[in-house]
Design a protein around this ligand. Structure first.
Ligand code: NAD
Length: 260
């Protein structure tokens, strides 16, 4: 049922987004990749997905902090494929610093990429989804859409915003065959998490090993990292017809972190 549909995944040149792109390509979806990275590696990923799964895979380098570039990316994808049937808003960055020492430009970048970008993608995707009376919007939020952690004010604010956006848009389009949900992963060992370990160690005055054991894994009752594949599987399920009655859900996949 996903075969032949088009999935656009923002921030899919790395980590969770790449795993989601691989999962949708494996189900026979045409895929639009987006994100930054080494052009040769991105081209390898694009051509491998296309060849392995006999689907069309495009890459768009739109900067998710720039509304105009996002709109152009969406228009190009819709012109080529007729619609973006499945939109996964996954691009994200993190910055860790105490609020009174938080660089303003970093705060603005986190909010632009982690929250505002979804406003731009969703508004464009909806026109074609409404015409087809079918669509799936999946926002990759975070456990930080449900709980806070110190020194992550921009990220926590942006991800709580994603939860609000998800619920609001879900209500606006509920009668039109379009579902809008957020997935909320706990810690997944990707470059985003690896980069924040030294900054967290500095902000808390502890070692990097202590950050992994006493901050990251300690947050999750399972004491295990969530995997990229687990998040991708949840996204596949939310895109399936079996999930047609799930909308406006802010869905934890965080090893029990937010159950307290
Ligand atoms: P990652 O750093 O591995 O990947 C981030 C992706 O976003 C990359 O493809 C990168 O190129 C892209 N990106 C960053 N800035 C961009 C921009 N301005 N324009 C376009 N693309 C941009 O990180 P990840 O851990 O895979 O994170 C993916 C999503 O999952 C993020 O929204 C993140 O907040 C969320 N998340 C991650 C974790 C985790 O523990 N890793 C937990 C919860 C939520």
């Amino acid at each position: 049922m996903l075969r032949g549909k088009t999935a656009l995944i923002t921030g899919s040149t790395s980590g969770i987004g790449q795993g989601i792109a691989e999962a949708f390509a494996a189900k026979g979806c045409n895929v639009v990749l987006n994100g930054f990275g080494d052009p040769a590696e991105i081209e390898l990923l694009r051509s491998r997905l296309a060849a392995d799964h006999e689907v069309t895979v495009r890459y768009d380098n739109a900067d998710m902090s720039k509304g105009e570039a996002i709109t152009v990316m969406m228009d190009k994808a819709i012109a080529e494929f007729g619609a973006v049937d499945i939109l996964v808003n996954n691009a994200g960055i993190q910055h860790v610093a105490p609020i009174d020492d938080f660089p303003i430009e970093k705060w603005e970048a986190v909010v632009a990429i982690d929250l505002m970008s979804s406003f731009y993608t969703i508004r464009r995707a909806l026109q074609a989804m409404k015409a087809r009376k079918w669509g799936r919007i999946i926002n990759v939020a975070s456990a930080h859409a449900l709980v806070a952690s110190p020194y992550k004010s921009a990220y926590v604010a942006a991800k709580h915003g994603v939860a609000g956006l998800t619920k609001t848009v879900a209500l606006e389009v509920a009668e039109q065959g379009i579902t809008v949900n957020a997935v909320c992963p706990g810690y997944v060992l990707t470059p985003l998490v690896e980069k924040q370990i030294p900054d967290t160690a500095k902000a808390r005055g502890i070692t990097e090993e202590q950050v992994i054991k006493d901050v990251l894994l300690a947050a999750q009752p399972t004491k295990q990292f969530v995997t990229v594949e687990q998040v991708a599987s949840l996204c596949l399920f939310l895109a399936s017809d079996d999930a047609a009655s799930i909308t406006g859900a802010i869905m934890p996949i965080e090893g029990g972190w937010t159950a307290h």
